[in-house]
Design a protein around this ligand. Sequence first.
Ligand SMILES: Cc1cc2nc3c(=O)[nH]c(=O)nc-3n(C[C@H](O)[C@H](O)[C@H](O)COP(=O)(O)OP(=O)(O)OC[C@H]3O[C@@H](n4cnc5c(N)ncnc54)[C@H](O)[C@@H]3O)c2cc1C
Length: 255
Amino acid sequence: MPVLTEDARAVARDHYLLSIAFDAIDAAPGQFVNIKAGSNADPLLRRPFSIYDRAGSVLEIVVRVVGRGTAWLSGCRAGADIDVLAPLGRGFTLAEDKRALIVGGGVGNAPLQYLARELRARACRVTYLYGAASGEFVYCEDAFRAASDDFLLTTDDGSAGRRGRITDALAEVLAERAFDIAYVCGPTPMMRAAAALLAPRDIAFELSVENYFGCGIGVCSGCSIGTTDGLRRACVDGPVFDGRAIHWESLEAQS
Ligand SMILES: Cc1cc2nc3c(=O)[nH]c(=O)nc-3n(C[C@H](O)[C@H](O)[C@H](O)COP(=O)(O)OP(=O)(O)OC[C@H]3O[C@@H](n4cnc5c(N)ncnc54)[C@H](O)[C@@H]3O)c2cc1C
């Protein structure tokens, strides 16, 4: 079974970094892991987490503590066996030699670090907009800076970086510069606002949704959302979707 290589490490208020070593694994940016959080049958359902980064057969995740499963994970120690299914889902399209814009909100920045690194390895110029509610929730800032050519941090309360919403920064950047492709992950209202700014422009964009999952492997259809192609299961048809394909009302009803 995959094993935690070190104690779960606090990287911001309520946020923990976990490094999980597999015998062997191939995982792409935007895919996720589904973890049995707890040592007995309760909680029953696995908990999905984005792949924050990957070094060979070690996957890193960032866990924000919101309930029982995430609290349990935050207390895991080095050497713990992790009951995890991975990699799952459909990841981001990896552009090559493009002007890429990445926009993350809160813990939704998690899948975007591995993405940024892989895009730069493909000769993309990466502009990264990192949004958080407040400075105490900003995690792994140095790693995000190192993975991008331009990096802008905003916090809603101005306690770190520029004061304001990340979508305000997005509007400014889009008015000033051209991009070929954009990638977004964060709370549903933030993604909807970002999509409204991106959709009228001649720019491809993808979103990673984080609605509630049941089984995580496409069996229960509990995570289905409406798209221009009909109902799609976020766990197997996503979590990454074409930004123009999503019917926002259906996603909001699930968040
Ligand atoms: C594809 C995907 C990727 C994700 N990636 C990450 C990640 O990288 N890091 C991270 O910290 N979290 C991530 N999440 C969210 C994470 O799965 C949930 O926070 C986790 O399952 C909560 O488990 P819990 O037992 O601690 O909380 P519970 O006890 O189940 O719930 C506690 C509270 O959190 C709310 N909640 C639970 N799940 C969600 C959800 N999916 N969306 C919004 N609110 C929720 C509940 O309504 C409740 O209020 C992701 C979710 C998805 C679907």
